[in-house]
Design a protein around this ligand. Structure first.
Ligand SMILES: C=C1C[C@]23C[C@H]1CC[C@H]2[C@@]12CCC[C@@](C)(C(=O)O1)[C@H]2[C@@H]3C(=O)O
Ligand SMILES: O=C(O)CCC(=O)C(=O)O
Ligand SMILES: [Fe+2]
Length: 343
């Protein structure tokens, strides 16, 4: 018998979105006034940073401390590759429901495959979205989905993850240097055995018959150190204290980088783990690709890993925690998870 979260999780069979004309009640989320999107003309926009700018490091740190999200240009990821990933993802999500269900996630652990992840087990309503998580090679699932034509999908996803990993290493090294976290203590990146500390999560948001009452993703923070998002179309909104929900302007050539809970913890709360959500629409099938990164499953993370923090005698605001333990907290408390790790 699994834990309650696992049990609840086991029975979540994703909706066959293409087959419904009206939205089932279980997908309707209650309205609340805090849902309003900021409508002022002076809408603040998130930082757009060119990675080739000599000041990029300083600008990135500033964005981490103020927004917890920024859009990145000059990242060197070929546009053609980004378009290939998008079209391969669309090919996957356009498969018939019974085909996709053959790769349904198995409960337990940060699973891969199709369907809702354990982290969503505690949600009161269903999401108008379907997800597919890849960690390293997708060949096992791809062979099930396309028995005679899976190589293209695998090659594209392998290449994209390889390029994402290099970009993440560049960003994390820059951030860890600023935090005074030494590479010796956290040399996870160079250890290929630690492949499990990254996942390419594909999101699909089919056209929705009643978009104002549905949610693609509820308000959440990612557990990650940081997440690199290719989100080519409108839908992503971020929450800014004192302003409210802000629509992210999609920039097809830019990648969106958002910080997650583990970087918030490592920076002892100085870096923002941005609260964000995804609204759906009636007109088109929205696809996004999120490359999530974490410390290895059993690595004990604490703000004291930062020499700057330890030397300054600051009190750690978060207790030491591993990703493994944190996954369990996320499955129970979702967007409030990080407050359960406070000292
Ligand atoms: C690769 C990951 C990271 C996951 C779990 C697993 C698969 C899907 C990711 C998300 C994506 C949507 C928000 C979130 C909170 C969710 O529910 O699923 C994320 C979660 C996490 O950041 O913990
Ligand atoms: O679809 C998007 O734009 C955001 C997806 C997201 O927040 C996630 O995968 O964690
Ligand atoms: Fe997210």
């Amino acid at each position: 018998m699994g834990t309650p979260a696992d049990q609840a999780y086991k029975h979540v069979i994703p909706l066959d979105f293409g087959s419904v004309k009206t939205m089932p009640d279980s997908f309707v989320w209650p309205e609340s006034e805090s849902d309003e999107v900021y409508s002022g003309t002076d809408q603040p926009s998130i930082p757009v940073i060119d990675l080739t700018d000599p000041n990029a490091s300083k600008l990135i740190i500033q964005a981490c401390e103020t927004w917890g999200i920024f859009q990145l240009t000059g990242h060197g990821i070929p546009r053609k590759l980004m378009e290939e990933v998008e079209s391969e993802a669309k090919k996957l999500f356009d498969l018939p429901a019974e085909q996709k269900l053959k790769t349904l996630r198995t409960p337990g652990g940060p699973s891969t495959g199709y369907g809702n992840p354990p982290s969503q087990a505690s949600l009161p309503r269903k999401l108008w979205q379907e997800g597919f998580t890849i960690m390293g090679s997708a060949v096992d699932q791809a062979r099930v989905l396309w028995p005679h034509d899976y190589q293209g999908f695998c090659d594209t996803m392998d290449e994209y993850q390889k390029q994402m990993k290099a970009l993440v290493q560049q960003l994390i090294r820059l951030i860890f240097k600023y935090l005074g976290i030494s590479e010796e203590e956290v040399n996870w990146f160079d250890d290929p055995a630690n492949m499990c500390n990254a996942a390419l999560h594909l999101n699909s948001y089919p056209p929705c018959p009643d978009p104002t009452r549905a949610l693609g993703l509820p308000p959440h923070t990612d557990s990650s150190l940081l997440t690199i998002l290719h989100t080519p179309t409108e839908g992503l909104q971020i929450f800014q204290e004192g302003v409210g929900w802000i629509q992210l302007q999609a920039k097809p050539d830019a990648l969106t980088v958002n910080l997650g809970d583990f970087l918030h913890i490592l920076s002892n709360g100085r870096f923002v783990s941005v609260l964000h959500r995804v609204m759906v629409n009636q007109k088109f099938h929205r696809i996004s690709m999120a490359y999530h990164n974490w410390p290895p499953m059993n690595f004990l993370v604490s703000p004291l890993l930062s020499k700057t923090l330890a030397d300054s005698g600051q009190v750690p605001k978060y207790r030491p925690i591993t990703l493994k333990e944190y996954h369990g907290i996320k499955a129970k408390h979702f967007q409030h998870a990080v407050s359960f790790v406070k000292t």
